[in-house]
Design a protein around this ligand. Structure first.
Ligand code: ADP
Ligand code: MG
Ligand code: MG
Length: 464
């Protein structure tokens, strides 16, 4: 069936199909707690998702998978390069208090000496497909998340939902083109590896979770994989935010909380982070890997010669990574930053202005770019941001299924995420894998994204 036929499907059929889809999501466990009671499982609903999977060109999809282990290596190398991090972030930390505080923690840990030589990375590199004039699309990285990259759990369950929808819609053949996906298993495998290398039977894995736990099932899938496959060899536990578990030895701390300034509600919270960083536990991520995931670092990586420094003898790796870079521009003081300001003010719709924040809803678009830049362009405050080319994926029509939202056809844009995991012990990369994908889709009316932010919904690529 073509896109056009889909649009023509009559409203009653679509409504019926949407009901089928929602039941399929509930059956498969694509779940979220409801907004009103985020910390109770008495009332749950389906996590928002698209009615139909979205066509994604196979070549671009494979390109994203193929580059993932190199991105893992890159993040890990950056995290170990103290001088690079210091230089890359020096302007940012001069004006951005949150990044400065994280950097201070990083320096303190370096001064004291790292307590643990085992490193666990669970990343998600996100891309959009920039549409070229000739109709083809090119893979452009939006960002890489080294901290609390989510939806590896739920996205392990969505393929069966879309397969079912397509079958019921009479698109049996296409239903076979939806790939299996199981990031949860891959993420758990890396956590288990780190636990094993830590080498204490008694020690536990601690999930440091958010105060508001709407998305709890996403991490429950990872936890469940750990119980299913690795326990008996140790325990897994989960603790609420801000409380450190006492009385048990912690082998691995998996942070799902702690990437926003709002997560650090008091000095004690910062003390807790320091305590964890100092502890013998394997941190996911450790403070240096956290910093490696900043948007400022992403911008600095696009400078000539920087990738070559990290991969001196691997021009093909450099090329593979660089091919995914969008244009990124500094706002540091000086002629280069001045040029960025002029460019952005002249054609704000061509760019996205980004502060050093995570979790969706923080970026600046369109005329607001001018407002913000007019305010900061003459001062060092502008160094808190970077400027990025805006990526323009081809819009695809789809229905977004979300509790309490009307069922209507939307013009949609998608973002492809690829999950990567690695475990390093001292100098040895013990594990480096690409473990699955995530497709998120939003209405093109929204500039920013994020499922947790209430804008994007879960989706699946339908390879074409
Ligand atoms: P966050 O860390 O908050 O997720 P992102 O850089 O991923 O920050 O930006 C949030 C969202 O904004 C993305 O999911 C995407 O929808 C949109 N976005 C970000 N950068 C671009 C870009 N260069 N072009 C188009 N959209 C973008
Ligand atoms: Mg993002
Ligand atoms: Mg992010």
């Amino acid at each position: 069936m073509t896109q056009c036929d889909e649009v023509m499907m009559n409203d009653t059929l679509i409504k019926e199909l949407a009901d089928v889809a929602k039941d399929a999501a509930l059956l498969q466990g694509v779940l979220m707690r409801i907004q009103e009671t985020p910390n109770s499982s008495e009332l749950v609903t389906y996590a928002p998702f698209t009615l139909f999977p979205t066509p994604v060109p196979k070549a671009v999809f494979l390109q994203a998978l193929a580059v993932q282990t190199h991105y893992n290596t890159l993040v890990d190398k950056i995290s170990q390069d103290t001088d690079f991090l210091e230089e890359a972030l020096s302007s940012t930390i001069a004006v951005d208090d949150f990044t400065a505080r994280l950097f201070k923690l990083h320096q303190q840990i370096l001064k004291e000496g790292r307590s643990q030589s085992i490193v666990l990375g669970l990343n998600r590199s996100d891309y959009m497909l920039d549409q070229r004039d000739d109709g083809s699309s090119s893979l452009k990285q939006i960002e890489i998340n080294t901290f609390a990259a989510s939806f590896g759990g739920l996205s392990s369950r969505t393929p069966d939902v879309h397969r079912h929808v397509l079958k019921v819609a009479g698109r049996l053949e296409e239903s076979q083109n939806i790939l299996d996906n199981n990031p949860a298993a891959g993420l758990a495998r890396a956590v288990a590896k780190a636990w094993e290398l830590y080498g204490s039977e008694r020690a536990v894995v601690m999930f440091l979770v958010e105060e508001s736990q709407r998305n709890i099932f996403d991490q429950r899938y990872i936890e469940s994989e750990l119980w299913k496959r690795y326990c008996g060899r140790g325990a897994v536990l989960e603790e609420t935010s801000q409380q450190l578990y006492d009385g048990q030895e912690v082998a691995v701390v998996y942070f799902r909380n702690g990437y926003m300034p709002q997560n650090y509600i008091s000095e004690q919270t910062w003390d807790a982070r320091l305590l964890m960083e100092r502890s013998l536990a394997v941190k996911c991520p450790d403070i240096s890997t956290h910093l490696a995931g900043t948007k400022k670092v992403q911008q600095v990586l696009t400078r000539p010669g920087v990738l070559e420094k990290f991969f001196p003898d691997q021009p093909q790796v450099v090329e593979q990574i660089r091919a995914t870079f969008a244009g990124l521009y500094t706002l540091d003081m000086g002629p280069e930053g001045d040029k960025t300001v002029t460019m952005a003010l002249e054609e704000p719709d061509r760019y996205v202005l980004k502060p050093q924040r995570e979790g969706g809803g923080n970026n600046i678009y369109g005329s607001e770019i001018c407002q913000v830049l007019q305010g900061v362009k003459g001062s060092t405050e502008r160094m808190a941001y970077i400027l990025m080319d805006k990526i323009h994926p081809a819009p695809v029509q789809n229905y977004l299924l979300r509790r309490d939202a009307p069922l209507q056809l939307n013009n949609c844009l998608s973002e492809l995420g690829v999950f990567g995991t690695y475990v390093r012990q001292g100098k040895d990369m013990v594990m480096n894998e690409c473990v699955g994908h995530l497709l998120r889709t939003k209405s093109s009316e929204h500039s920013d994204g994020g499922v947790a932010a209430g804008v994007a919904v879960l989706d699946n690529p339908l390879l074409i």
